[in-house]
Design a protein around this ligand. Sequence first.
Ligand SMILES: *[C@@H]1O[C@H](CO)[C@@H](O)[C@H](O)[C@H]1NC(C)=O
Ligand SMILES: *[C@@H]1O[C@H](CO)[C@@H](O)[C@H](O)[C@H]1NC(C)=O
Ligand SMILES: *[C@@H]1O[C@H](CO)[C@@H](O)[C@H](O)[C@H]1NC(C)=O
Ligand SMILES: *[C@@H]1O[C@H](CO)[C@@H](O)[C@H](O)[C@H]1NC(C)=O
Ligand SMILES: [Zn+2]
Length: 360
Amino acid sequence: NFKTEKKLSLSGPKTISNRNLATLSLAEYDYFKYHPMEEISNWMTQMEKDHPDVMTIVDYGKTYEKRTIKLLKIGLKTDTKKKAVWMDCGIHAREWIAPAFCQYFVKQILQTYKTDTKMEEMMRNMDFYVTPVLNIDGYVYSWKDNTTRLWRKNRSPGPSSGCYGVDLNRNFDSNWGTVGVSFDCNATTYCGTQPISEPEAQAVTYFLGTRIDDFLCFLTIHSYGQLLLVPFGNPNFTASNYDELMEVGQGAAEAIRKVHGQIYRVGSSPDILYPNSGSSRDWARIQGIPMTYTFELRDNGTLGFLLPEDQIQPTCEEAYSGALHIITYTHDKTFNGAIAVTGATLWSMLLAVGVTRVTM
Ligand SMILES: *[C@@H]1O[C@H](CO)[C@@H](O)[C@H](O)[C@H]1NC(C)=O
Ligand SMILES: *[C@@H]1O[C@H](CO)[C@@H](O)[C@H](O)[C@H]1NC(C)=O
Ligand SMILES: *[C@@H]1O[C@H](CO)[C@@H](O)[C@H](O)[C@H]1NC(C)=O
Ligand SMILES: *[C@@H]1O[C@H](CO)[C@@H](O)[C@H](O)[C@H]1NC(C)=O
Ligand SMILES: [Zn+2]
C-alpha cells in the first residue's frame, strides 16, 4: 500500500544519500548514472535555479499516488508567440535509459545555445517542454527492490482486488482498446477501463490539449529495440504525412548511425514492432501535431531494460543526434530556415512556377 510506503520514507531518518542531495551541485551531477526519482526532482529544481532566464518548471498534474508531474519549459523569452516541441520520458517505469536521456537532452541544449547559432535560433522560435519522468509512481516502484525492477505500468489499483497498474501507453484516446492491449488488469499491457482513465494520461491530454496548435513536434522516449516509430499503432490507419515522417525518420536514423554506428530501424509499430492502440504518439498525431515519433533506445534485446550504465553515454549521444535531426527539420520547415521567406514571397514564388493548389 503506497500510503504506508510514503509515510515511512517521509518520516524515516535521512539517509546519507538524502543528505548529500541537499548539497549536490549541478557540476557534480552524473548524467551517466541512473538516478532515483528524488535525485531527478532535485536536479530539476537546481536546473531551474541555475537557469532562470531560459527555464521554468511547470506542474501539470498529479499521479495516482499524488506526486506532482512536472516538466521543464526551456526557451528564450521573446515578445512573439512561440511554437513548441514536446518530449516525455519514463512513461514506462522500467525503461530507465529514457529519463537519463531527457536529462542529457536538457543539459545539451542548454550547453549548446550560447555558442551555436542554430540552437539559439531554435530556442528563440520554439519552447522545449521536457518531462523527465511521466510515470513517477511506476518509476519509484521500479527502484524499490529487485523484484519490482521490471515494473512497466503506473500504480493505480485495478477494478478487482489484487491487481495494479495501467499501461499508460495504451490508455490514450487513440483507437483505444482496439489492438495490442489486454483487458486483464494483471497484464503488462492492460489498457484501463476507458480512454484516459489514468491521471498521468489525463495530465498530458489536458496540458497539450489546451495549446495543441503550438506544438510542431512530439517525441516520446522508450526502450528498448533501437527503433523510431511513426503513427499509427493500428494497422488500419496511416498518417496523412507518413512519407514525410518516414523520410525524416530515416534521416534521424542516419544521424544516429554516424555517432556510434548503431542501427535504428524506422517504421510504424505494426510494420516493425507490433500493432497497438492508445499510445500517446498516436493521440498526438490525431490531435494534429505533425511530427510525432516514439524512440525505442538501446539495446537490441541483449540486456533489454537492464541496459548497463556504461551504455548511457553512447545511447544519449546518438539519440540526441537523432532527436536534433527531427527537431531541426521541423523548425526549418516552419521558420523557413536560414533563408527568411515571408508568406507573401512564398506565394508569389509559387504563382510564378504555376502552382495553383497548395496543401498547408
Ligand atoms: C535480489 O536481491 C537479493 C539480495 O541482494 C538476492 O539474494 C537475490 O538473488 C536477488 N534476486 C534477483 C531475482 O535478482
Ligand atoms: C491478479 O493477480 C493477483 C496476484 O496474483 C491475484 O490475486 C488476482 O486475483 C489477479 N486478478 C485478476 C483479475 O486476475
Ligand atoms: C481493421 O478493420 C477491419 C474492417 O473494419 C476490422 O475487421 C479489423 O478488426 C480492424 N483491425 C484492427 C486492428 O482494428
Ligand atoms: C537489431 O536487430 C534487428 C533485427 O534482428 C537487425 O535488423 C538490426 O540490424 C540489429 N541492430 C543492431 C545494431 O545490431
Ligand atoms: Zn516503453
